[in-house]
Design a protein around this ligand. Structure first.
Ligand code: CAA
Length: 294
């Protein structure tokens, strides 16, 4: 199947990156949000990234303009009707995703493929909410989408071989390193990464180091590009808590349970980079570690 037009539902942390990466690969993109404010914020992030690219001499102004010209922002899901592939990147909440898929199934042309960018929720359950489970798969991107090379392509029980081929081809056309995997909670990366991040928080709670010391140690001692607590903030503490909840329910193992500090930060509305505060405060020029208990 030849893909020309890609729909992205959600223009938040992941959605704006997926929309940008798709437009950079030459696709016509329609990206939706639930409010004009959220849409403007997401499109604004894409404009900022493109302007940075021009400033650094990585892309010329005409190409950046062309990328932006291929992205149509909308508040109307009706604009997805003629998309060949629709990827959802809405809140990590199953009822929200199921409601969206039911709506889109009645709008988008029948031969289009649907993909969820879920981090941990079952792909099969979402596929079953549509009349096209054979053309439904998982496409799991990593944050920041514009930079991270990996795309997990997830096969659910009913995903047809041709649909997996569409997903793999799409990922390769975006220049991603594609790994095919199965519909198991957390897939490959989060199965390994989430317990590590949660252990970073538990270590902090147990006093093995300060927020900064834990991050410095893993960067200098294990060669990671960022420490675990910074990475928690980048992933989004609300998203991390919700992934932990799904994985704890699935595996019943304490290593997947959200630590008290994570639960408190989320309850206090501190979601990390996206809300301006998590394990660090992002209101100044450089992030400053804060006591998560305060
Ligand atoms: N959006 C877009 N581009 C970004 C960006 C962002 N938020 N942050 C950084 N970049 C770009 C910069 O513009 C820069 O681009 P150029 O090379 O073209 O100039 C490039 O990334 C490098 O940036 P920096 O030099 O400022 O910083 P860095 O070298 O430390 O790299 C990083 C930044 C790529 C984010 C790196 O720190 C890293 O790889 N961190 C780990 C990120 C990670 O593990 N992500 C996965 C999270 S898990 C997930 O997403 C899945 C899930 O389901 C939870």
């Amino acid at each position: 199947m030849e893909l020309e037009k890609v729909g992205v539902a959600g223009c938040g942390l992941m959605g704006h990156g997926i929309a940008q990466a798709s437009a950079e690969a030459g696709y016509e993109v329609v990206v939706s949000e639930v409010s004009q404010e959220a849409l403007d914020k997401g499109i604004g992030k894409i404009e900022k990234q493109l302007a940075k690219g021009v400033e650094k001499g990585k892309v010329d102004q005409a190409d950046a303009d062309a990328v932006l010209g291929r992205i149509q922002g909308t508040l109307d899901t009706g604009d997805f009707a003629d998309c060949d592939l629709v990827i959802e990147a809405v809140t990590e909440d199953l009822p929200t995703k199921l409601e969206l898929w039911k709506e889109l199934d009645g709008i988008v042309k029948e031969d289009a493929c649907f993909a969820t960018n879920t981090s941990s929720l079952p792909v099969a359950e979402q596929a079953a909410a549509t009349g096209r489970p054979g053309r439904f798969l998982g496409l799991h991107f990593f944050n920041p989408v514009q930079r991270m090379p990996l795309l997990e392509v997830i096969e659910a029980d009913d995903t047809e071989t041709g649909t997996m081929e569409v997903g793999v081809g799409f990922g390769e056309s975006l220049g991603k390193t594609v790994v095919e995997t199965k519909d198991k909670p957390g897939f490959i990366v989060n199965r390994l990464l989430v317990p590590y991040l949660l252990d970073g928080i538990r270590g902090y709670e147990e006093g093995i180091g300060s927020v900064e010391e834990i991050d410095i140690a893993m960067k200098a001692g294990a060669g990671h590009p960022m420490g675990p607590l910074t990475l928690c903030d980048v992933v989004g503490l609300d998203t991390l808590a919700s992934i932990a909840g799904v994985m704890y329910e699935a595996f019943g193992e304490s290593r997947f349970e959200a630590p008290a500090t994570l639960q408190k930060l989320v309850a206090d509305g501190h979601y990390g980079v996206k809300s301006g505060r998590g394990f660090y405060d992002y209101s100044g020029d450089a992030p400053v570690a804060v006591d998560p208990g305060s």
